[in-house]
Design a protein around this ligand. Structure first.
Ligand code: GRF
Length: 213
């Protein structure tokens, strides 16, 4: 495990977000663009990745946000990695943990450390097309409308209560890359808006139903 690149405990006021990301981090970038405005009400205080070379870690460094990689290969098994990941996240004292393109399944033991406080963005209209290939699977099925979903994370794969969704049309001639790029435009807006509202207004979960405010 690398040491955090910045001070691990950002004392800034507001709701504290820790973002977990595995990839380029365009969703993280959108959150980082929003959080400097005090009216947004939430701040990214830490970024954690499972991949030491994730672009998301570079984005965090450039924004002056503390970041750390917790690579599974550095742990003897999945349980130990989940425990190491939870410790790395807990250092930042998050109010909410935001999975923004984090491509691993979190164990129940991880989620129990942040009960009801982990949200994920998924590039399909759940409950259709869960899993790692939501865009590809929607395209292969032949749907004419797909989209993105922000949901609370539970022990299943993309099965937790839905907080917000946005629809994106599938265009003739779309391939996985072109469709995913259009979904990601909608996804960034939805994630920033939804996380901001969750932070400012609070989120209630009643079974499968959620409400903001
Ligand atoms: C997003 O579409 C996310 O939902 C999916 O992977 C993509 C990550 O994009 N799981 P980025 O790394 O935020 O650019």
């Amino acid at each position: 495990m690398q040491t955090p690149s910045g001070h691990p405990v950002d004392p800034a006021p507001g709701v504290r977000l820790v973002v977990l990301a595995s990839g380029g981090g365009s969703n993280l970038a959108a959150l980082l663009s929003a959080h400097d405005d005090a009216a947004y009400g939430a701040r990214v205080v830490g970024v954690v990745s499972d991949k030491p070379d994730a672009g998301a870690l570079d984005l965090a460094r450039d924004a002056g946000v503390a970041s750390v990689a917790v690579a599974p290969g550095e742990f003897p098994d999945r349980g130990a990695w989940n425990a190491g990941l939870a410790e790395a996240v807990e250092v930042f004292r998050p109010d909410w943990v935001v999975l923004a393109g984090f491509m691993r399944i979190l164990a129940p033991e991880f989620l129990a450390r942040f009960p009801g406080r982990v949200v994920n963005t998924h590039p399909a209209l759940l409950p259709s097309f869960p899993g790692a290939h939501g865009v590809r699977d929607a395209l292969a099925y032949g749907v004419r409308v797909t989209g993105c979903t922000v949901h609370v994370v539970d022990d299943g794969v993309d099965t937790g209560p839905i907080v917000a969704q946005a629809a994106v049309p599938v265009l003739d001639g779309d391939d996985e890359a072109s469709l995913h790029e259009r979904i990601k435009v909608a996804e960034r807006s939805l994630l920033v808006e939804t996380v901001g509202r969750v932070a400012r207004e609070g989120l209630r979960v009643d079974g499968r139903r959620t409400s903001l405010g």
